[in-house]
Design a protein around this ligand. Structure first.
Ligand SMILES: *[C@@H]1O[C@H](CO)[C@@H](O)[C@H](O)[C@H]1NC(C)=O
Length: 323
């Protein structure tokens, strides 16, 4: 009996039949061999050292490649500009107030004149949009770069290296916050802006020569009165009803403070504090109770218009209800 045991010990000893918890406890710390979690202290030290070096090299490798990548980038100036960029050199138009972000498909500005809540809803959307335009100076909590904004006019000289032209939104009477942007008067204001394209310069229609045939007659007349003057260096805008019924319903339209985006706001070169110029379109007396399809276009020799691709134009609907 004793002999047999000796032989077995030499070759194979069946593991002692331990309980589950007992086995686990020994796995955590084996007092016989000094192993913790199945490894001795020196084994742990070696493996930790290995991973430490391994990850350090990995981090170094990643950082080196990232540094090389950043060398090729300029955070202020896009590498691909104008025609060589994906966005191209044809600026689009945008309008504010935009309907709910929850309803991305909608371009309908609908409200009830006698419903204070629905008037305020739109006024608040515009307030929020114009907020960036109102922040002046570099005082506490104010917009970064706002101190660079200077008043500009067609006759003002070239801007300093850091200067940008101010957009005096408080002069857009009656499209002012105090007046709820005229929504309560059943003559809502809609703000238009041209999308920013780095280094894009407009080629304005600044005289009566070669005006496009599809340009609205009233805009041609307007250009005629300014032809050759510095004020004519403007990206013109026009807003019209889309269909014959819309043309009838839209009523008189005013452009505030002028009928377009003056050239002196361009080019946009990502200077701090730059503001996109705005035109407030005042629909003085749109017919109430009907939906009006409106299309606004921007006019310059280097803005190409395509209704279906929404290039150089913007479409929205307006519906003003009385009740
Ligand atoms: C009219 O615009 C062109 C650019 O398209 C410009 O070169 C020219 O000086 C402008 N004319 C006036 C009178 O400002």
């Amino acid at each position: 009996m004793a002999d047999k045991n000796k032989v077995a010990e030499q070759y194979y000893a069946p593991p002692p039949d331990l309980g589950k918890w007992e086995a686990f406890r020994i796995f955590l710390y084996n007092s016989e061999t000094g192993q913790v979690l199945g490894r001795t202290g020196s084994s742990w030290a070696k493996i930790l050292l290995f991973y430490l070096i391994f990850y350090a090299i990995l981090v170094g490798f990643f950082a080196a490649l990232l540094a090389v990548f950043y060398q090729t980038l300029d955070t202020k100036v896009p590498k691909w500009q104008l025609d060589s960029s994906i966005i191209g050199s044809n600026p689009g138009l945008g309008f504010r107030p935009m309907p709910d972000t929850a309803n991305v498909e909608s371009t309908l500005i609908y409200y009830k004149v006698n419903d204070k809540g629905s008037v305020l809803k739109w006024a608040r959307v515009i307030d929020e949009f114009l907020n960036q335009y109102r922040k002046k100076g570099s005082g506490s909590g104010e917009a970064h770069g706002a101190e660079n904004r200077v008043p500009c006019s067609p006759s003002s000289g070239p801007l300093g290296e850091k200067q940008v032209c101010d957009v005096p939104v408080d002069d857009f009477n009656p499209c002012t916050p105090a007046n709820q942007y005229n929504y309560e008067q059943a003559g809502p204001c809609v703000f238009l802006k041209l999308n920013k394209i780095y280094n894009w310069r407009p080629q304005p229609y600044n005289n009566t020569e070669d005006l496009p045939t599809n340009m609205p007659e009233d805009l041609k007349q307007h250009i005629k009165t300014l032809s050759g003057k510095p004020d004519a260096n403007t990206v013109w805008v026009s807003c019209e009803g889309e269909n014959p019924a819309d043309v009838e319903n839209i009523g008189p339209v005013q452009y505030i403070p002028r009928r377009g985006f003056p050239s002196y706001y361009y080019p946009f070169t990502n200077k701090e504090g730059y503001l996109s110029p705005l035109v407030a379109v005042l629909f003085e007396k749109p017919r109430t109770g009907v939906l009006i399809n409106i299309e606004c276009k921007a006019w310059a020799k280097n803005i190409f218009y395509d209704r279906y691709e929404r290039r150089g134009s913007v479409h929205f609907e307006l519906m003003v209800d009385r009740a």
